[in-house]
Ligand binder design. Structure first.
Ligand code: MN
Ligand code: MN
Length: 466
């Protein structure tokens, strides 16, 4: 009787791996391999968009700019300034009455950007000065190999692409730290002050130019090398976007290889799984939209972030090219739409258990996590998903046998966070956060479970097929 009641009434919380059969295990491992390969080529938003465009082109998607009209089954995308992308499959149902089914992730990750005047020389060493992007623990970014990615645009419009430090043949860069022998004072500081933002200076060279009259000979020699290789001068850094990311690759983690360790899994794990779920879709009932957004880590501002009108423009173009657009239709379509804000969640870390409410934490290996709300303190800044919508999403997961957990980001009043959920919710769309739990989030080497990566893929497929 007790067992029967328990089975009927209690919420089951169990490891996903428990019921994985041989075939499913192969699918889980295969997806993770593909994910890791994709990640290694897509560490920055510009690199991610390149990889995503290639995948979309191979799967029959067309740039919406090249289409004059659209019909059910058409697959289109729009790339916004090489840094964000929206994809769509036009649904069979009337978009005016049924809205869209949107999955939105972000492809920017915390990192170090070069300052606009980056190049300096001190004590016979040349450095690039940096400005960190997003919420990082600064001490984690010293003494690791870093690679340089991005573009330098000259005043004549010529764009020079730089990617250095990924190939074994390339040099890498690093930020030095003080030896323990002389770090007595540093070690007394608070962790957040141990490494100052201004001290995140990238070591880039040490050979002086062969010129007795020149000041800053090492800096001059670096400029000479950069000019020979890329045709750029010091002034060209003013119109550049150069990013430093960890030079190491995504790897399987653990004796059982159950996890993935990689840079930038927030939020490329959700971006990749949603993109790849979309690639396997053919016909959909309601128009399916995949958002790969930029600038989430700094508040989604700017014209490549989700706060901009670029996404509205894309949906308006769909309505125009379906030949149905009229005043206020865009607003109506948003109000009738549903969205999964696919962003990562804080995974429960037993070493730091004190920050989690273990009844409401996201555990690695127990499947996709739903966050009804995020925010801080008294849910401040949260988009709180409506119970009716949460039930609708639960129903999809349960009928497709997908393991899920509903979670909060840490204990009450411990901290907080947010995603792009509120932006679409403010347009009237039903939204819930739905992603993969991560350990060491925002660090150079984040950890996820392969089981959860697979369940994210299953969730996003099932959502669009609903
Ligand atoms: Mn995120
Ligand atoms: Mn983040």
């Amino acid at each position: 009787m007790g067992e029967e009641l328990k089975d009927k009434l209690l919420l089951k919380r169990e490891e996903g791996w428990k019921n994985v059969d041989e075939k499913q295990n192969q699918d889980i491992m295969k997806l993770s391999e593909e994910y890791m390969t994709f990640l290694n080529n897509s560490k920055t938003e510009r690199d991610f968009i390149k990889s995503a465009k290639k995948l979309a082109d191979e799967n029959g998607y067309t740039d919406i700019i090249n289409k004059t009209e659209l019909k059910a089954g058409d697959k289109v995308y729009f790339i916004n300034r090489e840094k964000s992308m929206y994809l769509a499959i036009i649904g069979e149902n009337d978009i005016q009455e049924n809205g869209m089914q949107i999955i939105g992730s972000h492809i920017d990750s915390p990192r170090l950007d070069l300052k606009p005047n980056p190049l300096s020389e001190e004590g016979g060493m040349a450095y690039f000065k940096t400005h960190y992007y997003g919420g990082i623990k600064k001490y984690q970014w010293t003494t690791i190999p870093l690679s340089l990615h991005g573009v330098v645009v000259k005043t004549n419009g010529e764009k020079v692409e730089i990617s250095l430090g990924e190939s074994e043949k390339d040099p890498i860069f690093t930020i030095t730290d003080l030896l323990p022998h002389l770090a007595q004072e540093q070690m007394e500081k608070k962790l957040k002050d141990g490494i100052e933002g201004e001290d995140l200076k990238l070591l880039i060279g040490s050979i002086p130019a062969n010129d007795d009259k020149a000041q800053e000979k090492v800096k001059l020699n670096i400029l000479k090398l950069l000019n020979e290789k890329y045709g750029i001068t010091e002034a060209d850094f003013m119109s550049a976007e150069l990013e430093l990311v960890p030079a190491f690759n995504a790897r399987s983690l653990g004796f059982d290889q159950s996890m993935v360790a990689a840079y930038g899994q927030d939020d490329k794990v959700c971006a990749y799984t949603s993109l790849s779920a979309m690639m396997s879709l053919e016909k959909v009932k309601n128009t399916a939209i995949c958002i790969l957004s930029d600038k989430e880590e700094i508040g989604s501002m700017g014209n490549t972030g989700m706060e901009s009108h670029m996404f509205d423009f894309f949906i308006s173009e769909i309505l125009n090219k379906l030949g149905i657009n009229k005043p206020n239709l865009l607003d109506k379509v948003f109000c009738f739409s549903k969205m999964l804000s696919s962003d990562v969640d804080a995974g429960y870390d037993p070493i730091y258990a004190a920050v989690s409410d273990n009844l409401n934490a996201g555990y690695l290996g127990r499947g996709i996590t739903l966050n009804k709300y995020t925010g801080a303190r008294g849910k401040s800044g949260a988009s709180d998903a409506n119970a009716e919508y949460v039930a609708w999403v639960r129903n999809i997961l349960e009928k497709n046998n997908i393991k899920y957990q509903i979670t909060e980001l840490g204990k009450v009043d411990i901290g907080g966070g947010g995603t792009i959920a509120y932006i679409l919710a403010n347009k009237g769309t039903d939204v819930i956060d739905c992603g993969v739990p991560v350990l060491s989030m925002h660090s150079p080497y984040e950890v996820t479970s392969k089981y959860d990566i697979y369940s994210a893929y299953q969730t996003y497929s099932a959502f669009w097929k609903e």
